[in-house]
Structures are given as structure tokens and as C-alpha cells.
Design a binder for this molecule. Structure first.
Ligand code: ZN
Length: 680
């Protein structure tokens, strides 16, 4: 009888929510017109078709290999079975880690993005079935956390004895944050409300539970803030936005929950209020999701204090804590940011998720400010720190991404190469949702301005005000710096096209002075408009072209793509007297397999002749870099020593570790010490 009543109330609640959300959705279209948001709007990924020889194969591999592969892994590791058991479809115990639900949600988000651009009835059906399992696993009042729901008497390890009792570590709020993102993606891709209804019902429960006059609580692992803002955008229901803001504002506050106290802790970024934070500290993924959430909320409510805080934190990261690969989070311990200039190479953590979060955050900073420097960081992270995280075949992954490997220290969760999966598989599932969203990072619009932020061949349909414009971009980026942009407005119109001139093409690899080019190039960026040279004046990192655009107008941009040797700031101990190699947006590394088995005896003196060479059959097609290092004299404790001549071959960092286990290094010594010469 009790069960019957529950079932009945469940139905009533469902109907109620259907109408409720249905109404808010209707009103949201009205609301949306006056909704504050970022001053700059990205052109959605659904309007950009990638036809690029570098990125298209990667997006196709994600769609055809990684998405089904990740789902299979979720079946195999019982992540999906947990939902089935919680839904009463099967008997059994919870299997795995308390945050395993989140992996399933992230892959569902990736699958939804994939559906938006590639209709696939089989995948859609699979998602429908999975959503039914997730909905079935949801408790009557909206609570969703299989780690507890399966057996509330004996929840999973670190889930807390009862609901919300161990928020620092339970990931109860983190998991559902990913669910909101996935549900919004599914709704936007398919128009179906099935998943969105689950998200709304859960978010309503959480909004009724937490808040200024309600229970005190903050997510130990941030993410829900981003999901809540997305839910607000879709439903127009302000309580989700308020809840996102609440979850940010309670961090570092003294009012606490006496029954279930939470930690005031650098690791969780809860040591001081978020608006007082000025340095990137603690767990790097939690932190960067939080900065992204702060940007989102600031854009919505116009909060200047949030923006001041993330400005300072951004400067701290980019000037003092980011790797040349764009990786962030130097320490294994606590998966955390290190101190200023603490950037060890071999023990670098650089979680793949942190690279993704860094891209998400920098896009948001750009959307707030319109400065290309954020995309300089994003592009560096995308082509290097992020892309290394997944194998070329799409089914093996790095969790940490070090910049040096001695072929002995098993940095990748016990392995020396990419692994097919991890117990904690946040990175493989994050990659799957990030890649299909990539086309949405290329263009953005503000009033009469069209920003072109990334270069990859594509066909896009953009709206500038009310005007429809077709843009076709053609290039052989990242190997070649010539980019052609064809502009086709539906009618002749006046607007601005703002082309990002990457920092690397104007002697500034990153904003700030953490990395500099050893020798500045004097080659200039050039451009043509319909065959005529144009003056390249750069403002906020953009070349702005204003004209009355007509069908068939064509811009050619030439970015000088030279090989650069990079130096670190003198305070980065590990890189003293060392140089790294980059060309365009690609950072290079040397691997043992190309260098007689070892890399730690190679020198990279600045005067060595260096050249790039296209290798279509190597590692999916890459430019390799060769240096002919001559014999030269060095002084060691007053004694003159002659080094040996040798050749050096470097490959893109993202492509390392595809040809067996071996040594790898990004930073190479400019000069030798006696000992190193003897061992060569
Ligand atoms: Zn991860």
C-alpha cells in the first residue's frame, strides 16, 4: 500500500513538474530576451561544420570510436548497472566509486552533442533507454545518487551516512551538475524533455534544500554551478541561477552547518570567500570549474567582484602556474596547483580534465572581455595539454600529462603510456563531451563584430544582428599559417570581422613573461583583402576589418609559422638553461624512439640549424622538427670541453607515446655539463 501511494504521488509530481517546467519554458522565450548573459555570444557548434584535415578525423574518431567505447566501458564497469539497480530493474549492490554516475552523464552529454550534428537513430535509442534508467533511479522527491539510493543503509564509501552529510567528498552535487549539462545538451539536440525533466526535478529538490534561509552546504567538488546556469538559460527559472550564486558565495563563509560541518580548505577553494581569492590554489579541476562558474554567474548578474577575483586568479595562473603545454595543476598530491613557478616536468600532474576546464574557463573570460589573450591560452591548451590526453585511435587516455618521462616512473595511474580506462575515469568521459563542442569555440559575435578565434577549415552560418552570413575558412593549420576566410553575407552589409592574431605569431607565446622566445622573429603577420594587401593593425589581439561586405569577399591571413625556441622565466628552477621547441600553436617534444633510444643526453643550443619537415605517414601526419647540433666547446669548472655533434628529432607533444614506452622530454639543455657529454 505504501508503495502504491508513493507511486501515485510520484506520478502527480511528474505531471506537476511537466506543467511547471512547460510553463517556465514558454515564459523563458520571453524571459530570454531580457536575460543578461555574456556580452559576446559564441556561434553554436551546430552552426559550424568542420571540414578540417586536422580536426575532422579527431571529431569523427570521437563519434565513431570514443563515444561507443566509453559507453561500453560504463557497461563493463557496472556504472550503468548502478542506475538499473537503483531503478529496481535489477537486484544487486552499488559497484565502483561514488562519483561514477558523473562519467555516464558526461558521455551522455557528448553523445547528445554528437546527435545534434550527426543524427544517429541507434545512438538516440541507446540514449533514450539510458535516460529511462536514470529517470528510474531518481527517487520520488528528485534525489539522484546511485551510490546511496541503491542501499541507503549502506551507502558507498565516502558518500556520507545520510543525504548531504559529507558534501566535501561525496560528489552528490558534482554528479548532478554534470547531469544538468547532459540534460540540457540532450534537450537542445533532440527537443525531448525526458532528461531535462529529471534534471529539473533534481535541481528543484536541491534549490528547496540549500540556500540562505535553508540548509547550509557547498559542493566539495565544484561543477554544479555551471550546470545550474545552463539549466537557468534553458528554463528561465531564476532559482537555479540564485542557487549557483549561493553555492559560490557560501565558500569560505563562517556560517556553517553544525550537524555536518564542512572544511575550510585550500584544496576545496573554501579557505576564504571566492571574491577574496586572488591565487589559483588547491585541486585544479575543482578550481577551474569554479572560476568558470564564477564567470557564468558574473555574466548573468553583473557581479563585478567575481570578475575582479577571476581576473587576478587568471593572471596568477598564466603568469606563474601554467605549463608551456597549457597544462595546469603541477602537483600529484591533491591534484593541485603548485606555488608560483613550481613547474616540475617529470612529476607534472596536468590532469586532462584540468586542460579541458582551462579551455572552458578561458572561453568564458573571452566572452566577458573580448580580448584574444584568453584564446592564446585556450589554443595552447587545446593543441597540446588537452590533445595529448587521448590516443590517435581514440581509445586510450592519459590522466596526468607530464613534460618529461624517464620510462621508469609510472606517472599515468601506474602506467607508462596511455591506458584504456581508469577506476576514476573523469578524463576519458570529459574528452568525449569536450571534442564535439569544439566547433562552438571558433566564432563569436558582439553587436556588429564577428570574432574569428580559432583556425581550422570549416563552413559556418553566423548571425550578425539580423544578418545571415556564411563563412568558409580554409587552411592547413596547425602546420601552415595561411588562412583563407570567405565571407558571404545574404545582402551587402557593413560589419567588422575580427581575426585573432595568435600571440605566437607576434613573439608572445603567452600573455605575461612566464615564457618568451629566445630570439624574436622579425617576420610580420600580413593580410590581403580580395587580393590587395591590407594594413595589419592589432588591437586586443585582433586585426579588425571593417567594410561593406558582399558575397565572395575573401580575406587571406598569413601568420608567420616559424620554429621558435622558448625560454622559461628564470624562477622556474627545472627549466634553467633549457629551451623548448614550438612551431605555430604546436609544442614539440623529443622521444627516445626517434633519438637513438634516449633523450636525456640531447642538447638544444640556440645556434643549431633547425628545420621542419612534413611526414604524412607518421603519427597521423605531422611536421617533425630536426636540429643538427654541431660539436662545440663548453667550459666546465674552468676546463674546456668539446661536445659531440648529434642530430635531434622532435615530434608534436600531443602525439607522444604512440610507439611504445620510452623517454620523452620537452625542455632540453642549451649547454652540456661535462658528465652529460661523457654519457652521450
Ligand atoms: Zn580527469
Amino acid at each position: 500500500m505504501i508503495k502504491l501511494i508513493f507511486n501515485y504521488s510520484h506520478i502527480i509530481m511528474k505531471i506537476g513538474i511537466y506543467f511547471f517546467t512547460g510553463l517556465t519554458l514558454v515564459s523563458s522565450s520571453v524571459f530570454a530576451q531580457k536575460m543578461n548573459d555574456y556580452p559576446i555570444t559564441p556561434v553554436p557548434f551546430t552552426k559550424v561544420k568542420i571540414i578540417d584535415s586536422f580536426w575532422k578525423p579527431r571529431l569523427e574518431t570521437n563519434r565513431k570510436v570514443t563515444i561507443p567505447y566509453d559507453f561500453e566501458k560504463c557497461e563493463e564497469t557496472k556504472r550503468i548497472q548502478n542506475f538499473e539497480i537503483a531503478a529496481g530493474m535489477k537486484d544487486g549492490d552499488f559497484v565502483g566509486i561514488r562519483f561514477n554516475d558523473s562519467d555516464v552523464f558526461k558521455i551522455m552529454e557528448g553523445a547528445a552533442y554528437s546527435l545534434a550534428n550527426h543524427p544517429d537513430p541507434e545512438l538516440e535509442k541507446y540514449l533514450d533507454d539510458l535516460i529511462a534508467k536514470v529517470a528510474g533511479a531518481q527517487e520520488v522527491d528528485g534525489y539522484l545518487y546511485t551510490a546511496r539510493s541503491i542501499n541507503p543503509e549502506k551507502p558507498a564509501r565516502s558518500a556520507g551516512e545520510e543525504r548531504w552529510s559529507f558534501l566535501d567528498e561525496s560528489h552528490e552535487l558534482y554528479n548532478v551538475g554534470h547531469m544538468y549539462e547532459a540534460a540540457v545538451a540532450h534537450f537542445q539536440a533532440t527537443g525531448k524533455r525526458t532528461f531535462l525533466d529529471v534534471a529539473v526535478k533534481n535541481a528543484d529538490l536541491i534549490a528547496n534544500t540549500f540556500g540562505p534561509e535553508k540548509q547550509f552546504g557547498m559542493p566539495g567538488h565544484q561543477e554544479i554551478e555551471i550546470g545550474l546556469v545552463k539549466l537557468f538559460r534553458v528554463t528561465g527559472d531564476e532559482k537555479y541561477l540564485n542557487l549557483a550564486k549561493y553555492f559560490l558565495d557560501v565558500r569560505g563563509q563562517e556560517i556553517n552547518n553544525p550537524k555536518y560541518p564542512q572544511r575550510s580548505d585550500i584544496y576545496l577553494q573554501s579557505h576564504i570567500p571566492v571574491v577574496e581569492q586572488d591565487e589559483a590554489v588547491g585541486h585544479s579541476v575543482r578550481a577551474t570549474y569554479m572560476y568558470s562558474g564564477m564567470a557564468d554567474v558574473a555574466a548573468m548578474v553583473g557581479d563585478k567582484e567575481y570578475i575582479q577575483a577571476i581576473d587576478k586568479i587568471w593572471k596568477n595562473v598564466v603568469y606563474k602556474k601554467i605549463y608551456i603545454t597549457g597544462g595546469i595543476g603541477a602537483r600529484h598530491r591533491g591534484e593541485a596547483f603548485g606555488d608560483d613557478y613550481e613547474l616540475p616536468n617529470e612529476s607534472a600532474y596536468n590532469e586532462t580534465c584540468a586542460a579541458i576546464a582551462n579551455c572552458m574557463w578561458n572561453q568564458r573570460m573571452f566572452l566577458l572581455k573580448g580580448d584574444a589573450k584568453y584564446y592564446d591560452v585556450l589554443e595552447r591548451t587545446l593543441y597540446n595539454g588537452f590533445l595529448a590526453g587521448i590516443s590517435l585511435k581514440g581509445n586510450e587516455f592519459f590522466y596526468p600529462n607530464p613534460l618529461s618521462c624517464d620510462a621508469k616512473y609510472a606517472f599515468n595511474q601506474g602506467a607508462l603510456s596511455r591506458k584504456p580506462w581508469f577506476d576514476c575515469s573523469c578524463c576519458p568521459s570529459n574528452i568525449v563531451r569536450f571534442l564535439p563542442s569544439l566547433p562552438g569555440y571558433i566564432y563569436a559575435v558582439r553587436n556588429n563584430d564577428l570574432y574569428v578565434n580559432l583556425y581550422m577549415s570549416n563552413e559556418a552560418e553566423v548571425k550578425i544582428g539580423k544578418l545571415d552570413v556564411k563563412i568558409t575558412q580554409t587552411s592547413n593549420y596547425p602546420w601552415d599559417g595561411e588562412i583563407k576566410v570567405e565571407v558571404n553575407p545574404e545582402i551587402e552589409s557593413d560589419f567588422n570581422i575580427k581575426l585573432r592574431i595568435p600571440g605566437w605569431s607576434r613573439n608572445q607565446p603567452v600573455p605575461g613573461n612566464l615564457y618568451t622566445y629566445f630570439e624574436k622573429s622579425n617576420k610580420k603577420v600580413t593580410g590581403q583583402l580580395n587580393g590587395e594587401d591590407i594594413e595589419v593593425k592589432i588591437e586586443n589581439g585582433y586585426l579588425t576589418i571593417n567594410k561593406q561586405w558582399k558575397k565572395g569577399d575573401e580575406i587571406i591571413l598569413n601568420l608567420p609559422m616559424e620554429i621558435h625556441l622558448v625560454e622559461s622565466h628564470e624562477k622556474v628552477e627545472e627549466n634553467k638553461n633549457r629551451l623548448a621547441i614550438e612551431r605555430g600553436p604546436i609544442v614539440y617534444c623529443v622521444e627516445g624512439i626517434d633519438n637513438k633510444g634516449g633523450v636525456f643526453n640531447l642538447l638544444m643550443p640556440e645556434f643549431a640549424p633547425i628545420s621542419a619537415q612534413w611526414k604524412p605517414d607518421l603519427l597521423g601526419g605531422i611536421n617533425i622538427i630536426k636540429a643538427d647540433v654541431p660539436s662545440f666547446i663548453v667550459k666546465d669548472s674552468g676546463e674546456e670541453v668539446k661536445t659531440k655533434s648529434h642530430n635531434l628529432l622532435a615530434v608534436p607533444y600531443y602525439a607522444w607515446s604512440h610507439r611504445g614506452i620510452g623517454e620523452m622530454a620537452v625542455w632540453l639543455p642549451r649547454r652540456a655539463k661535462k658528465l652529460e657529454i661523457i654519457t652521450y
